[in-house]
Design a binder for this molecule. Structure first.
Ligand code: UD2
Length: 302
């Protein structure tokens, strides 16, 4: 890959920070972040940090300098989107549109848009392929889907080289444990570190497709490199489903605990089964590398 100037929105966040670390070794990286939910406050040497919002006018100047835009910045809290749908809409839809408008008349080589598996809503079948009906259950899901639609329209109408990814359940040691809406892995690990057993909502037989942030970064690299990715949508998962019970067992193993698991009432609106069909990503050469067991070991060292 030749050296490029890469603008990473949300570059201080859970995913953006790992993208920054990977891309900055061979490229010029500019991070744009409004510091609303940073998982770190600094960037590696040589990376330019711009504190600002994706809705601001400065994105024009930043996008003009870039060869590639990787757009991860978003309001990511499903519950907050239910409480404040307008806030979610402004951030995610208008913010994305502002970036796309800035990109419209440039010679960008790639615009990578981070969507979410939340766009699917209740699943009719698994594994979930990209053509599965999109029936989001939250304003967040609607805002992510709308962002996708705008991005793909900018490809069709204006030739912008857009690629979209729909991450399933991403995990990394940089997810903020103090956030009440952090994912189940972060929750289980925090409890394990405090000598407590995992709390399982429902019978624990519900499944998810847990994907390491390192695999997400690999897939983004492919979306940037491969021209076949342009104008298309890719599920970002491992294709493997894991029950919440099994996850709890692995966390207990990694932390050497044999306490009894705690079961509580199922969460309202919880989706029963979720696993990605990743044949589209595999067609680009994507091979998930991180087994859940190994990915969780990384947390033990934190
Ligand atoms: C994921 C996304 C969310 C949205 C949603 C769309 C994450 C962190 N969240 O929610 O943003 O895209 O998918 O479908 O990726 N659980 C427990 N104990 C706990 C915490 C959770 O048993 O302490 C269960 C929970 O009831 C659920 C499963 O673990 O069945 C996964 O929960 P989650 O909050 O990590 O993620 P999910 O899939 O609900």
């Amino acid at each position: 890959m030749h050296s490029q100037t890469i603008l990473i929105t949300g570059g201080l966040g859970q995913v953006g920070s790992y993208l920054t670390d990977r891309f900055c070794t061979d490229n010029r990286v500019i991070v744009l972040d409004n510091t609303s939910s940073p998982c770190r406050h600094d960037v590696p040497a040589g990376v330019q940090l711009v504190i600002g919002d994706i809705q601001g006018p400065e994105v024009v100047r930043l996008v003009e300098q870039a060869d590639v835009v990787i757009h991860t910045a978003a309001q990511i809290d499903v519950n907050r989107s239910l409480d404040q749908p307008l806030f979610d809409c402004e951030n995610n839809i208008l913010g994305t549109l502002n970036l796309l408008e800035a990109a419209r008349r440039t010679n960008l080589e790639r615009f990578v848009y981070f969507s979410s598996a939340a766009i699917y809503g209740d699943t009719l079948h698994t594994p979930i392929e990209e053509d599965h009906p999109a029936q989001p259950l939250s304003p967040y899901g609607v805002s992510k889907l709308t962002g996708e639609q705008y991005a793909l329209m900018y490809h069709r109408a204006f030739g912008l080289p857009v690629a979209v990814l729909r991450p399933f359940n991403i995990y990394s040691p940089r997810q903020d444990p103090s956030n009440p809406y952090s994912g189940v892995i972060t929750k289980f690990i925090e409890r394990a570190k405090a000598g407590q057993s995992p709390v399982i909502f429902g019978d624990g037989q519900q499944t998810r497709d847990f994907i390491s942030v390192h695999d997400i970064v690999d897939l983004v690299e492919l979306l940037v490199e491969k021209d076949e990715a342009i104008g298309r949508v890719f599920n970002a998962g491992t294709g493997t489903q894991t029950t919440v019970n099994r996850l709890a067992g692995i966390v207990q193993e990694v932390f050497g605990s044999d306490r009894a698991l705690e079961y509580r009432e199922a969460r309202a609106g919880d989706i029963r089964h979720s696993v990605a069909d990743i044949s589209a990503a595999q067609g680009l050469g994507f091979v998930p590398q991180v087994f859940l067991e190994d990915g969780l070991v990384e947390f033990a060292g934190e």
